[in-house]
Write a protein that binds this ligand. Structure first.
Ligand code: KG4
Ligand code: ZN
Length: 356
């Protein structure tokens, strides 16, 4: 059995988790999440400097709670892990310096984890998680990507958003409709009372420059502008804004676009399993449409557990356990942090000479 202490501080969630892996079975012993949502809500989005200071303030208490509720002592850990890329640099630094200091103090290996690999690993807590190859739809506040996970943990990005990420579109449209931050859960709540077919919003595509379209790529900024125009027109006519219907129509279009292009990619690449992870994977409309449409093509769907869709340290711990037990990885204590790093370069975090 392997047991790991994991820290996540890449954005606005301060989280520490204790997780273990015994043969192929992953288990969460504790997963404490201190959300800073309230601190950033009044600004309508995450303020990086404020977030970094909050992580510094919250991390000692969150760490203590995670150790206490899992009843684990530092000596029991096989490694200590933290997210090192991508994310807000000042925020990543807080978690990474804490993890490296602890690993030095207790003579434990350190693993720097790629945040998106963490999201991908959230499904390892499902009892029947799939083995590669499979397609991953990763939908969060910063990323919208279709990734093929192949043998030997190889990752190939087959699709991406060319502008806003799906979560970002939810947040921007939420703000536009006067809903709270983050927009995703607020839009979902508001949409429950609306008609998803009331407004015909565009499913934007990206041109391939040859008269066709990139089949697995996304664009959400045009959709956001269409919602803006719609609200302006309704306001000009001095009509009451049907917020519920707009939220429901927007949510349906985002979910349909994500599902249509993911399934097409699965079929074209002959993949029989699709995994959905990231903050937007918590969206019930997306989850339902994905299950219905995938069934028609005999594709099996694996949805991240609801509690592990948004940022948390348990998923970072799962990625660390997989790296440690399957590939014997560990990072140099000289490894720093980086705001950007494509997921296919995640293995570079375990080189003797770190990439940053
Ligand atoms: O994965 P995550 O916690 O952070 C990033 O790594 O970005 O994702 C946060 C994003 C936010 O944009 C939020 O609005 C969106 O996920 N989100 C949702 C829902 N819950 C969170 N979007 C749609 N429906 C939800 N229920
Ligand atoms: Zn995330």
């Amino acid at each position: 059995m392997h047991k790991v202490l994991a820290i996540e501080t890449s954005c606005d969630e301060t989280s520490v988790s204790v997780v273990s892996k015994s043969s192929d079975f992953y288990k969460i012993h504790s997963n404490i999440i201190a959300s800073q949502i309230k601190d950033h809500a009044k600004w309508g989005g995450v303020v990086p400097e404020l977030a970094a200071r909050k992580h510094l303030e919250l991390l000692p208490e969150v760490l203590e709670k995670a150790l206490e509720s899992s009843r684990t002592d530092f000596n029991e850990f096989d490694a200590i892990a933290s997210t090192v890329a991508p994310g807000l640099v000042g925020c990543l630094r807080v978690g990474s310096i804490t993890a490296r200091s602890l690993s030095l103090l207790y003579s434990k290996p350190f693993l720097g984890i790629h945040h998106l690999e963490g999201h991908l690993s959230s499904i390892l807590f499902l009892k029947d998680y799939p083995k590669p190859p499979y397609l991953v739809l990763l939908v969060s506040g910063g990323h919208t990507e279709l990734i093929k996970l192949g043998d030997g943990n190889s990752m190939e990005r087959l699709g991406r958003s060319h502008d806003d990420a799906a979560g970002e579109a939810f947040d921007k449209v939420g703000r536009l409709l006067g809903l709270g931050y983050p927009g995703g859960p607020e839009i979902e709540k508001t949409a429950r009372n609306g008609d998803p077919y009331k407004f015909d919003l565009p499913k934007c595509k990206i041109s391939d420059g040859k008269g066709g379209f990139l089949k697995y790529d996304f664009s959400f900024s045009g959709l956001k502008t269409a919602v803006l125009r719609l609200t302006q027109k309704i306001n000009e006519n001095q009509e009451i804004l049907p917020i519920e219907d707009i939220a429901a129509s927007f949510e349906r279009v985002v979910a349909e676009v994500l599902v249509e292009r993911s399934i097409r990619c699965c079929v074209d690449y002959n993949l029989l399993n699709i995994v959905v992870v990231g903050g937007v994977a918590a969206n019930n409309t997306l989850r339902k449409i994905m299950i219905t449409e995938a069934k028609k093509k005999s594709i099996k769907v694996y949805l991240a557990p609801l509690s592990l869709c948004t940022d948390n340290a348990a998923m970072i711990g799962a990625a660390a356990l997989s790296r440690l037990s399957n590939w014997n990885c560990q990072s140099s204590l000289k490894l720093g942090v980086s705001g950007r790093l494509p997921i296919n370069l995640a293995s570079s975090l375990y080189r003797k000479t770190p990439p940053f």
